[in-house]
Design a protein around this ligand. Sequence first.
Ligand code: X8Z
Ligand code: ZN
Length: 604
Amino acid sequence: MKPYALVAIAACTLLFSLPEIASAQGSRGPATVEEAATFIADTEQGLLRKWIDAERAEWVRMTYITHDTQAIAARAYEAMMEYVARKAGEATRFAGLTLPYELKRKFHLLTVSLSMPAPQDAAKREELAKIGTTMDGIYGKGKHCPERLKGRCLTLPEMYEVLATSRDYDELLDVWQGWRKVSLPMRDLFVRFVDIVNEGAEELGFSNLAELWNSRYDMDAEDFEAETDRLWGQVKPLYLDLHCHVRAKLAECYGEDMVPLDGPIPAHLLGNMWAQEWSNLFDMLAPEKATAIDISEALKAKKVDEKGMVKYAENFFVSLGMPPLPESFWERSMFTKPRDREVVCHASAWDVDQKDDLRIKMCIHINGEDFTTIHHELGHNYYQRAYNHLDPLFLNSANDGFHEALGDLIALSVTPSYLKQVDLLDEAPPGYLNPLMKRALDKIAFLPWGLMVDKWRWKVFDGRIPADEYNQAWWDLRERYQGVKAPVKRTENDFDPGAKYHIPANVPYTRYFLAAILQFQFHRALCRQVVKFEGPLHECSIYGNKEAGDRIMKMMKMGLSRPWPDAMEVMTGGRRMNADAIIEYFKPLHDWLKEQNKDRQCGW
Ligand code: X8Z
Ligand code: ZN
């Protein structure tokens, strides 16, 4: 998803707390429900036009970063921000009217539609749009030029590779530190960014941007925040046991002086630039000696290229009864990093005309990680296409976690037996602990990170973290939630949050935390209720099950038209987010981890 996608959500609660710019008894006489309906219909049409213009400009910018494409994209986005701010102001004329449900919901969605709302002041709006594209451009163009390479520079995907494969402490440290130099020039921009977006949010009736973001979940912002804590509380014991075991193994590899057994883990040793997913450490953590599944090897052995990988993912959706992707998808997508220009490699999925102009933008590498990410991105595309018949303000998922969960749900069905079915494996190796460990290293390791990124931003936006404590507060949260620490001293001259894409790109992050929980709820419901699979959840694959596909389609087609618990009910029969499915999924591994940890001192 892109930073500005019309991620809205939620019903009613905030509609009538809009600022009283004009009252229902304005100069044109008392507002009526009919007028409100016409106003929203017109606004939606205008919004759609601005949105498509901005999408197109963004596509060009992200696939060809230059001074001019940045300026063009900033202009298009500015126009959209101007439109939303103006229309939200005008909408207050209808405050106080008793409106039919759909209409009431649309008024609310309009106010929360932008993740980056601008104030009505034109100069500030222009400044904000420019800051947005500048920060994103700095990230996209970022490189690290280590001395040892004598003038050759590493791109972020090349640094991923080092972090994934090297076990040399100093080499890892070099790329970890090197990448964090890229975000230094963002710091002042970000401080200003926070001021301006908060002003934009305030003009829409929110106390700050965090409140606007968290008002998209069909409940009060405060209740939503408490909900995320509740979910974290459910999964924390599992995370602590995984952390404990991984730390012990890292200590065996690097020595206890480098990885003390009672403290947080140095963040550069976990196989990933942000220590957010740890499956690249699998070789040191495989519980069973039997050969582990290596999708990278299988893809290479079968000579599957980048497009071929996307074809595998498409085939999965087709097996569920969904139509193939349109021809234009194959023509317009960006699958590999162009050699002759700067692009934003961070993967994203698009529906440029909000109908059928589906695309992905990725710098695909032939490996298992990108194989999963492709499923993730196509999940966005299939979701976008499923709700494309709805009115513009409903063109989104039930909440943003649903959008992020969909493709991951499909990837959960990429089991050893599925890989055998599609000829990517000759034989599924025996044992269940290896595939579970591999998955836990991604899904369970991710949870505290998925939560803390926005814990930091919520506090930044509401002022609890002042600008001169940005970096310290970031590391406090990383240590508290993830149990990781910076390997070298950090100061307020650094801006480590900016080294993660979603901060400069201003993409809310809690969606991924929710998705990590939701995808298992969806998977369990489909496996138990539709596939009627009675074995362990990690062995279930919905591949080829059209009834499962129908249920997913039914949920996706609802888009954002109903509160998310309705969509949840369609998918699972229940109405709450709950971590019991992810806990059940990993129970066999958790039991094994507890056994491994029984003589260890866990925690930090
Ligand atoms: O940003 C993404 C997707 C695009 S929505 C590739 N993800 C998060 C990340 O990379 O940090 C997927 C997992 C979490
Ligand atoms: Zn995504």
